[in-house]
Design a binder for this molecule. Structure first.
Ligand code: FAD
Length: 287
């Protein structure tokens, strides 16, 4: 339970952090809230020789509106996301999701950037970001933007390259009147999801106009259930169509059998979470 030795670095700007990571090479890791990385280091599942702490970089903090987008600095904590009036009014799904991550102690330190960059399929934010069609803004040798839907490549494998850091998350604000929900099944308070589903939808004349669905912890990566969302468009969310969409979502899952249950159970729970999230999002949407 004691990590290996490492050198600690504390850059003051994004450019300094990126230069440090480039100089130090593959043995260096960015450190954000430390609530995934430090436990991994204690178990010796990660043994970086250098930690580049991003906590001293003011530019990585804050939540702001930019035209129709909301931009969240990578070092914004989950606690700060819960307290943000801007997120509360524009993207309440992020507040709802933050509230079911771990416990207050973890949320005071854990960042949104760390949660999405980590690549653990058990993290809650990645599927939500896919559902919201977020884009990750990245600094490195040159800056680039990576859609959340293209970012996750396998468990702990992402599109981030060595020497790059995620600086912010850009989300197109869903239209006023949209409905959203995040439903998470967990064994106890503070646990990772057995299965979870995120939904953002809009309604028009009592029918679904748009619908986007994300699934957490039921495959090696978070999932965007594109086909399931398409099935629901034009429907009144009647039981038969919801059943079809749930079946389409379940079909793309491939969970592991683990301490949270057998694979077949976790797939079924993903479907149950989706049906609940759809009902709650519909109740919250203005027609
Ligand atoms: C008891 C406990 C329960 C938890 N339960 C949940 C849960 O239910 N749901 C959930 O989603 N999470 C859970 N977590 C994880 C928690 O949310 C973490 O805070 C989060 O996964 C990582 O964020 P962090 O800021 O702590 O990142 P860190 O741990 O500092 O970093 C995680 C990884 O991301 C990389 N990284 C971090 N920031 C950047 C960046 N800006 N650019 C590039 N790479 C970066 C790091 O190099 C590292 O590889 C739990 C943690 C604990 C300790």
């Amino acid at each position: 339970m004691i990590p290996g030795s490492f050198a600690y670095h504390r850059p003051k700007s994004v450019s300094e952090a990126v230069a440090m990571l480039a100089d130090l090479g593959e043995d260096a890791r960015a450190l954000a809230g430390g609530h995934s990385l430090i436990p991994m280091m204690k178990l010796r599942l990660a043994t970086p020789a250098h930690l580049v702490d991003l906590a001293g970089i003011g530019d990585l903090k804050g939540i702001r509106a930019d035209g129709g987008d909301i931009v969240i600095g990578a070092m914004t904590t989950q606690h700060e996301a819960i307290g943000s009036d801007l997120l509360g009014s524009k993207i309440p799904l992020l507040r709802e999701t933050s509230l079911v991550i771990a416990d207050p102690q973890v949320r005071y330190a854990g960042t949104l950037g760390g949660n999405v960059a980590n690549g653990d399929p058990g993290n809650d934010m990645p599927a939500v970001m896919m559902c919201l069609n977020a884009t990750y803004e990245v600094a490195g040798k040159s800056g680039r933007r990576i859609p959340a839907r293209e970012f996750y490549q396998g468990a702990y494998f992402t599109a981030l390259e060595a020497g790059e850091i995620l600086t912010s998350i850009r989300i197109p604000a869903p239209p006023a009147g949209h409905g959203s929900a995040y439903e998470k099944l967990k064994r106890k308070v503070g646990d990772y999801a057995t299965a979870a589903a995120a939904v953002v939808l809009t309604m028009s004349g009592g029918r679904v106009a748009t619908c986007s669905i994300g699934l957490t912890n039921v495959a090696e990566t978070p999932l965007w259930a594109e086909e399931a969302g398409k099935i629901l468009v034009g429907s009144t969310l009647d039981a038969a169509t919801v059943k079809k969409a749930v079946a389409a979502a379940e079909a793309i899952t491939a969970p592991a059998t683990d301490a949270r249950g057998p694979a077949a159970y976790r797939t079924k729970m993903a479907g149950v979470m989706l049906a609940r999230a759809l009902a709650r999002a519909q109740a919250r949407a203005r027609a």
